[in-house]
Write a protein that binds this ligand. Structure first.
Ligand code: AP5
Ligand code: MG
Ligand code: ZN
Length: 215
C-alpha cells in the first residue's frame, strides 16, 4: 500500500517524475490535469467547463475537481494505492480529501514537493511538447524527441498545450503561489511533507524521490 501526493509549481516536473514513480512502485498515476485534458479532447460537458479556466491559467472550481478526483480514487485499480499529481491544489481540496481518507481509514504516506525557481519553470513550460496519443512529455531543448514533432514512444504527434504560452505562464505561477503553496504548510504540520530540489536533471530528481519513498 502506497499513497503519494506530488506537489510543486507548474513545470516543476511532476508529470515527468510521475511516469517513473508509477513504473517503479506499480501504482496508478492520477493527474487531474490529464483527466480534464482527456475530457476536453472528447468534448464532454466536464471538459467544456474545465477548459475556460485552464486556458486562462486559473484553477478549476474546487467542487468540480473534488468530485472527479474522488470518483477516480474509488476505482478498482486504486485499492493498493496511487500517486496523485496536481491534486489537491487548494487547502479546501486538501481538507476535503483528508475527510475522504478518514472515512476509509486510509492515510497519505508522503507528500513530495518538487521545488524549482520561477525563471526555470517558465523555460520548461514554454519548451514543453506533449504526445497527443500517449501523453509522453518532451522539451525542445532539455528532452528533445529523436525526431522533431514525433513521439519516441508511440510515433504520435507532439503538440504544445494551450496553457503553455508565455502569456499564461506568469498567471499559473502566481495562482500556484497564492492557492497551492499554502499546502506545503498544511502537510508539513502533519509531518507528511518531504521537499525535493527539482533543479537537477531528471535522474537526480528521481533518485532524491526514491530515497524519500524507500526502495
Ligand atoms: P496540470 O496539468 O496539473 O498542470 P500544472 O500543475 O500546471 O503542471 P504541469 O503539468 O504544467 O507541469 P509538471 O510539473 O507536470 O511538469 P512536466 O513534468 O510536464 O494542470 C493544468 C490545469 O488544470 C491547471 O492550471 C488547472 O486549471 C487545472 N487543474 C488541474 N488540477 C486541478 C486541481 N486540483 N484544482 C483546480 N484546477 C486544477 O515538466 C515540464 C517540462 O519540463 C517538460 O517539457 C519536461 O520535459 C521538462 N522537465 C521536467 N523535468 C525536468 C528536469 N529535471 N530538467 C529539465 N527539464 C525538465
Ligand atoms: Mg503535469
Ligand atoms: Zn506518444
Amino acid at each position: 500500500m502506497l499513497r503519494l501526493i506530488l506537489l510543486g509549481p507548474p513545470g516543476a516536473g511532476k508529470g515527468t517524475q510521475a511516469t517513473r514513480i508509477v513504473e517503479k512502485y506499480s501504482i496508478p498515476h492520477i493527474s487531474t490535469g490529464d483527466i480534464f485534458r482527456k475530457n476536453i479532447k472528447e468534448g464532454t460537458e466536464l471538459g467544456r467547463r474545465a477548459q475556460e479556466y485552464m486556458n486562462k491559467g486559473e484553477l478549476v472550481p474546487d467542487d468540480l475537481v473534488i468530485e472527479i478526483a474522488e470518483a477516480r480514487l474509488l476505482e478498482e485499480d486504486c485499492k493498493n494505492g496511487y500517486l496523485l499529481d496536481g491534486f489537491p491544489r487548494t487547502v479546501y481540496q486538501a481538507e476535503k480529501f483528508d475527510e475522504f481518507l478518514q472515512e476509509k481509514a486510509a492515510k497519505i504516506d508522503k507528500v513530495i514537493d518538487i521545488e524549482v525557481a520561477a525563471e526555470e519553470l517558465k523555460k520548461r513550460i514554454i519548451g514543453r511538447r506533449v504526445c497527443r496519443s500517449c501523453g509522453a512529455s518532451y522539451h525542445v531543448d532539455n528532452m528533445p524527441p529523436k525526431k522533431e514533432g514525433v513521439c519516441d514512444v508511440c510515433g504520435g504527434e507532439l503538440y504544445q498545450r494551450h496553457d503553455d504560452t508565455a502569456e499564461t505562464v506568469d498567471n499559473r505561477i502566481s495562482v500556484y503561489n497564492e492557492q497551492t503553496k499554502p499546502l506545503t504548510d498544511y502537510y508539513e504540520k502533519t509531518g507528511r511533507l518531504a521537499r525535493v530540489d527539482g533543479a537537477g536533471d531528471t535522474d537526480a530528481v528521481f533518485a532524491a524521490i526514491v530515497s524519500i519513498i524507500g526502495e
